[in-house]
Design a protein. Structure first.
Length: 548
């Protein structure tokens, strides 16, 4: 026991601890009795009530700051300073496992003479987690012990089948409930009300606006019970105009490719740009004669309108027919092969003219035969926009990296609402080239592709639940005639994926969410007929009760 004298009146406080040094009873000898009781190994400060808002006091860069709180924090409560809100902004969030009840004397206390004159208030709005002799902190009374029937000056909380939740005090200083309520009112008026901190049946959650820092750059130091420091740098806006929604990104060929459902973007480490900006210009035909023929070489690029064709010139022909028409109003570029192997660019209006409606380029003088035998000597680059082509790629919002033999060297995209059962794949390590022939149609058009998994060097495309006999389509990557091909090797039956963002990996096992729980696609499934690996058996009781 330790004696602490306070003032000249001789009043003192006596603190009693047990062998484990746990705080026991603090008993004021004088006019005020049983000022504070706190159980546990660490005492919590008493908070005088003044009607003021609560806050957590911290120090940021040497300046005191208050983080707003709806209620004081007790054992088990948590504060999360930065949480992503539904609107994309940042908020702070506090979670309370305990709550403080402030008594002001207006409560409907009654004297329960059957239980040794307890003053009891019953209120079903007090959500106690459980009946207990010691469930938290009381400002003026200690908690009842196991021999509570013979104790005095104690508090107890509980639950009764008839009255519901209740708080009970035993204090022989007062003979009637009216006297006890008057005591509570006097304490409340003095700014030191009787309070009871109790454990909640369900935690309460409150949110606040995030605290803004005055200085965005430089050293940041946060001090509370400990110290947290970081070097901050003002964020620089690299691009505007991205869709207001969730996006996906992949690292391909040292570039970050971002699909936001509205536009495909590329970050090269210095700037963010449209994937169509400076995108690959395909050569559609090589070895072509002035009027026709030649060999198909590459397909149209869906995300940009330019294309190139190469011709074997003749001594007499001046008119060269392009494969696509009509052409855009954009400039047409014409180049001729020189004796030294270089290309010389000609000028439209002086060296040639263009009939854009017919897709015909007419030279002022015939280009002549190639100076290098067997090599094309006329190269024409023009543009032809096909409405809706770019949307097939730009409006995708799901994807994955996959390639020949399972290599992660091509980007597969899907999610375009106009063609929900289609997906497309990019050029080799090139997210700016989307060949118009590099696509697949997977199942029925009323069943959308919603996600991907990589299993044993094969690509599994998951569909929604509208096509149960083909919920997962499995493909492999190989070369056919030196060109990439991704043939279907199996289709699996089972419950379809529940959402686009419900995919992940646990260790090396791909998981996806369905209406029946979390399933996995394994290497055994790839060669089987259906998906049978439920991974959420022990969670389904709670998981399947979730709404949405």
């Amino acid at each position: 026991a330790t004696e602490i004298r306070i003032g000249a009146s001789g009043k003192y406080a006596l603190c009693v601890t047990n062998k484990d040094n746990a705080t026991g009873i603090a008993d004021w000898r004088g006019e005020i009795e049983w000022v504070m009781l706190n159980r546990g190994t660490r005492a919590a400060p008493y908070l005088p009530y003044g009607g003021q808002a609560y806050a957590a006091k911290v120090e940021i860069n040497g300046q005191p700051r208050l983080l707003p709180l709806t209620a004081p924090l007790w054992d088990g409560d948590r504060v999360e300073s930065s949480v992503l809100a539904e609107d994309g902004g940042r908020i702070s969030r506090e979670r309370h496992a305990q709550k403080m009840l402030v008594l002001d004397g207006t409560e409907n206390f009654y004297l329960d003479a059957k239980v040794n004159n307890w003053f009891v208030v019953a209120d079903n709005q007090i959500p106690f987690a459980r009946s207990t002799y010691q469930c938290g902190v009381c400002s003026h009374y200690p908690w009842a012990q196991t021999n509570w029937m013979g104790e005095d000056h104690i508090v107890f909380v509980g639950r009764d089948e008839t009255t519901g939740h209740y708080v009970a005090f035993k204090d022989s200083s007062y003979s009637t409930a009216a006297e006890f309520r008057a005591y509570l009112a006097a304490q409340y008026a003095a700014g030191t009300p009787v309070t009871v901190v109790y454990e909640l049946a369900e935690e309460e959650v409150y949110t606040h606006e995030a605290v803004e820092l005055d200085d965005s750059d430089g050293r940041f130091v946060l001090r509370a019970e400990g110290e947290l420091s970081a070097d901050l740098q003002m964020a620089e806006e690299l691009a505007g105009g991205l869709a207001d929604g969730r996006s996906r990104s992949w690292l391909l060929a040292d570039q970050l490719v971002i699909a936001d459902g509205g536009t495909l973007w590329i970050y090269d480490g210095e700037r963010v740009k449209l994937a169509s900006e400076g995108a690959y210009v395909p050569t559609l035909t090589i070895g072509k004669g002035p009027k026709s023929g030649g060999q198909e070489y590459e397909g149209i690029n869906l995300i940009q309108p330019k294309f190139t064709e190469q011709f074997l010139g003749t001594a007499a022909d001046k008119a060269y027919q392009l494969s696509l028409a009509p052409l855009d109003a954009a400039a047409v570029t014409v180049e001729l092969l020189q004796n030294d192997g270089s290309w010389r660019e000609l000028a439209e209006g002086r060296d040639f003219s263009v009939d854009r409606t017919a897709g015909l380029v007419t030279f002022t003088a015939a280009p002549g035969v190639s100076p290098v035998s067997g090599q094309d000597n006329v190269k024409i680059t023009a543009a032809r926009t096909v409405e809706g082509y770019a949307d097939r790629i730009n409006r995708c919002d799901i994807g994955t990296l996959f390639g020949v033999s399972g290599a992660a060297d091509r980007l597969f995209l899907s999610g375009y609402a106009g063609l929900p059962n289609y997906d497309w794949y990019s050029g080799y390590n090139d997210p700016t080239y989307w060949d118009d022939g590099a696509y697949a149609v997977l199942g029925q058009s009323d069943s959308a592709i919603v996600g991907y998994s990589i299993v044993s060097a094969r690509l599994a495309a998951h569909k929604d639940g509208r096509e149960a006999d083909r919920s997962v389509v499995v493909r492999e990557g190989n070369l056919q005639n030196n060109k990439p091909a991704f043939p279907i090797v199996n289709t699996l039956q089972g419950e379809g994926a529940a959402a686009k963002w419900a995919f992940g990996y646990l260790a090396n096992e791909p998981l996806f969410l369905t209406r029946l729980g979390v399933y996995a696609v394994t290497s055994q499934d790839i060669t089987g007929e259906k998906i049978s690996n439920l991974r959420s058996f022990y969670l389904n009781g709670a998981l399947l009760s979730e709404r949405g």
